[in-house]
Design a protein around this ligand. Structure first.
Ligand code: ATP
Length: 218
């Protein structure tokens, strides 16, 4: 049976705490959007189950994301995890998104290599592939160490290239090299807490309004 390319562009979601958003997030999301010709949505998490609570409130993180994303339309903000009660499990998010977009449109979960390495600890991790493809943003030369369960899924689901993700709604994995920017939100928070300015690690728009990064300047 010939696969028929779905008419819609892939919808890719990039989850995180964004505490605060920085140029590492934005550049990676941008490159994926271009390579996959996808709509990319940044999806801030309210209560991430795997991590300590964010320093900034949800409203503060949203304000930072809105400022960062202003002036372009390729990357969008999706507040559906923040609107939902309880912890944000990715499987719930994907199920809700899938219900919203229907069965045909390709849905893509974007993960950093580190996050992917821990996938088998996520709630109903093997079910994720029923709803979405998984694109792992990699860095050249960095060899991942994955549990054997994950290696098996990887080998079984590996796509030949971005085009394969348009031919099915879900179920493939694909590594994508993105420009390695060694920026982390924790480093940005440390700089701000020490009274320093994270210029050129975060978008200029975050520095233009002193109120935006104030939650980290304690
Ligand atoms: P923290 O330093 O607080 O752990 P973080 O900078 O890793 O935060 P998160 O909000 O936890 O940011 O990350 C969300 C997603 O962005 C994850 O999938 C993570 O792998 C990815 N990511 C974070 N920093 C980068 C970066 N510099 N380049 C590419 N992807 C990144």
């Amino acid at each position: 049976m010939d696969a028929v390319a779905p008419p819609d562009e892939p919808l890719a979601i990039f989850g995180g705490t964004f505490d605060p958003v920085h140029l590492g997030h934005l550049r990676a999301a941008w490159e994926v959007a271009e390579t996959l010709q996808a709509e990319v949505r940044l999806l801030p998490a309210r209560v991430p189950p795997h991590r300590p609570q964010p320093v900034a409130t949800a409203a503060q993180r949203i304000a930072l994301l809105r400022a960062a994303l202003a002036g372009q339309s390729r990357l969008q903000l999706d507040l559906s995890e923040l609107d939902r009660e309880g912890p944000s499990y990715t499987i719930d998010t994907l199920e809700a998104l899938r219900a919203g977009i229907g069965r045909v449109r390709p849905l893509v979960l974007l993960l950093g290599q580190d996050a992917f390495a821990g996938l088998t600890t996520w709630r109903r991790w093997a079910d994720l592939f029923a709803h979405a493809h998984v694109v792992v943003m990699t860095r050249p030369g960095k060899e991942p160490a994955w549990p054997s369960d994950l290696q098996r899924e990887w080998a079984r689901r590996l796509a030949e290239g971005p085009a394969a993700l348009r031919m099915a709604p879900a179920g493939h994995v694909l590594p994508l090299n993105v420009t390695a920017l060694a920026i982390s939100a924790s480093h940005v928070r440390d700089l701000l807490a020490a009274g320093r300015e994270p210029r050129w690690l975060v978008p200029d728009a975050l520095l233009a309004d002193p109120a935006l990064l104030a939650p980290y300047r304690t």
